[in-house]
Design a binder for this molecule. Structure first.
Ligand code: PHE
Length: 452
C-alpha cells in the first residue's frame, strides 16, 4: 500500500468522517432528485416508504459498506482481491466493486451535467436574472438552458475540472473542512427558504401532498423508486462509502456515524421538499414535471424575495459545493485503485477518469437538445443512464455487496471491525441486513423490473 494512504489517509476524528460521508450523501440527490421523484410518485406514500427504506435498507447497507472498507483499509477492488487471496471469499466477488465503480462513474457523467445547471443558475442568480420572474418565464429560462448545448458544455466542463482537481488531492485533506462549513450553511439556508416558501406558498396542499397517504398508492413502482433513491441519496452501492470507510480509524463507532449521516440526509431532503412544494402548488407548476421541478420553482422564490439576488447566489453556490462533495466520492473508488495498484499519481488517475466522464457527459447534455431522440423504450440517453443506474445497477450493487458482507465475510471478522459497537447493536444490524434488507431489496427490485 503506498505510503500516502497510511500517513495522510486517515480521518483524524470520527466527526471528520461523519462530515465527509454526509458531504457525499447530501447533494443534488436531496435537492434536485428527491423533490421530483416525490412529485412523480404521488407524495405521502412515497415519503413513508422512502423513510422505511432509509432505515431498513439504506442504513444497514451503509454500515455494511463502511465496515467492509475498514476491514482491509484499501480500495474496494483490492479489498476483495485481498480477501480472496486470503481464501476468505471467492475471487468472483471482485465483480461487486467493479459494478460499484462503473455505477459511480456513470452517475457522475450525468451528475456533472446537472451540477452544470446549478452553475448556470448561480451565474443567473449573481446577474439578478430571477428578479420579478413569473412561473412561465421560469419555465422558459430552464427550457432555454437545455436548448443550447454550449452553455451546458461550459459548465459541465468546469465541474469536471473541479472534481478532477479535488479528487487528485488526497480526499481526507481539505474535504472535511469544506463540508463542516457547507452542511450547517445548507441546512440554515434551506430552513430559512422553507419558512419563506411556506409563508408565500400553498401550505395546506403541501402538507396534504407530502404527509397524507393511502395504501393503494403504495405500488411496486413507488417502492422501487424509493429504494433506489434511498441508495442514491446515501451514496451506497457505488463503492463511495466503501472507499471512505477505508480511511476510518479503529476506535470509531461505524453504526453511530452512519445513523447521523442518514439523519442529515433525510433532513436536507425534507427541507428541500418544504421549499419547493408550497410554490409548486401556489404557482400551479406540474408536480410531475420531473428533472426540471427544482430549477423552475427555486427562481420563483428568489424572484419574489427581498434580497433575492443575494440569497439566490448563496443558495446556488452551496448547491454547487454540495454537488462537488458528492461527485468526488463517485470517482474515489477508481482513483484510489489506480493509485494503489498501479502507482499512478492521484491527479493523473483523476484526470484519466475525468476525460471519460466528460465524454459521456457531453452525450448526456446533447440528449436534451440536438440528440433528443429515443434510444430505448421512448427514453433519451440521459433517461436511459438515469434509469439503468438507479433502477438496475445501484440495487444490484447494493444487493451483492450486502450478500457478500452478510453471508460470506466471517462473522468474527465483522464483529472485530465493529468492536466499538455493543454486541447487541451488532447483532441487530447483522440480522436486519441479513433477514430484512437483502430479501426486501431482492423482492422489490425484481418485482419492480417485471412490473408487478
Ligand atoms: N448521494 C449523492 C446525492 O444525493 C449522490 C451520489 C451518488 C454520491 C453516488 C456518491 C455516489 O446527491
Amino acid at each position: 500500500m503506498p505510503e500516502s494512504r497510511c500517513l495522510q489517509g486517515i480521518w483524524s476524528s470520527p466527526w471528520i468522517f461523519i462530515f465527509a460521508a454526509s458531504g457525499s450523501a447530501v447533494g443534488l440527490g436531496n435537492i434536485w432528485k428527491f423533490p421530483y421523484v416525490l412529485g412523480q410518485n404521488g407524495g405521502g406514500a412515497f415519503l413513508l416508504v422512502y423513510c422505511l427504506c432509509l432505515l431498513l435498507v439504506g442504513l444497514p447497507v451503509l454500515i455494511a459498506e463502511v465496515a467492509l472498507g475498514r476491514t482491509v483499509r484499501s480500495n474496494p477492488i483490492d479489498t476483495v482481491n485481498d480477501l480472496s487471496e486470503r481464501r476468505i471469499v471467492h475471487s468472483a466477488w471482485v465483480v461487486v466493486p467493479w459494478i460499484a465503480g462503473i455505477t459511480g462513474f456513470l452517475i457522475l457523467s450525468f451528475y456533472s451535467v446537472i451540477a452544470g445547471w446549478s452553475f448556470a443558475y448561480l451565474e443567473r442568480a449573481i446577474s439578478g436574472d430571477f428578479m420579478g420572474i413569473t412561473s412561465s418565464s421560469a419555465t422558459d429560462m430552464f427550457s432555454e438552458l437545455l436548448a443550447e448545448p454550449s452553455e451546458m458544455l461550459l459548465w459541465h466542463s468546469v465541474f469536471v475540472v473541479l472534481v478532477v482537481m479535488t479528487v487528485g488531492q488526497s480526499v481526507t485533506r481539505g474535504l472535511s473542512a469544506v463540508v463542516r462549513f457547507l452542511l450547517p450553511a445548507l441546512v440554515i439556508t434551506l430552513g430559512a427558504l422553507a419558512v419563506y416558501s411556506v409563508s408565500i406558498g400553498d401550505m395546506d396542499s403541501t402538507l396534504r401532498f407530502m404527509f397524507q397517504w393511502s395504501w393503494q398508492d403504495v405500488t411496486f413502482d413507488v417502492v422501487l423508486a424509493a429504494v433506489s433513491l434511498a441508495l442514491f441519496s446515501l451514496s451506497v452501492g457505488m463503492g463511495a462509502m466503501f472507499a471512505y470507510g477505508a480511511y476510518i480509524n479503529k476506535r470509531m463507532s461505524i453504526a453511530r456515524a452512519c445513523t447521523i449521516v442518514v439523519g442529515v440526509d433525510l433532513l436536507v431532503a425534507l427541507l428541500s421538499g418544504l421549499v419547493i412544494f408550497p410554490l409548486v402548488f401556489a404557482f400551479q407548476i406540474d408536480v410531475e414535471a420531473g428533472p426540471s421541478l427544482t430549477f423552475v420553482s427555486l427562481p420563483i422564490i428568489f424572484g419574489n424575495l427581498i434580497g433575492g439576488q443575494f440569497f439566490a447566489s448563496i443558495f446556488f453556490l452551496l448547491l454547487v459545493i454540495a454537488a462537488l462533495t458528492s461527485a468526488i466520492s463517485m470517482l474515489e473508488l477508481f482513483v484510489a485503485w489506480l493509485h494503489e495498484k498501479f502507482y499512478i499519481a492521484r491527479l493523473k488517475a483523476a484526470f484519466l477518469m475525468g476525460v471519460l466522464v466528460w465524454f459521456v457527459g457531453v452525450a448526456v447534455l446533447l440528449s436534451f437538445n440536438h440528440w433528443d431522440s429515443d434510444i430505448v423504450l421512448g427514453l433519451n440517453f440521459f433517461e436511459v443512464l438515469d434509469s439503468v443506474t438507479s433502477l438496475i445497477l445501484l440495487p444490484i450493487g447494493a444487493i451483492l455487496l450486502s450478500i457478500l458482507v452478510a453471508w460470506f465475510i466471517p462473522h468474527a471478522m465483522l464483529q472485530n471491525e465493529m468492536i466499538t459497537q455493543r454486541l447487541s447493536h451488532f447483532q441487530w444490524w447483522y440480522n436486519v441486513l441479513k433477514y430484512i434488507s437483502i430479501p426486501a431489496m431482492v423482492m422489490i427490485t425484481v418485482a419492480g423490473w417485471i412490473g408487478v
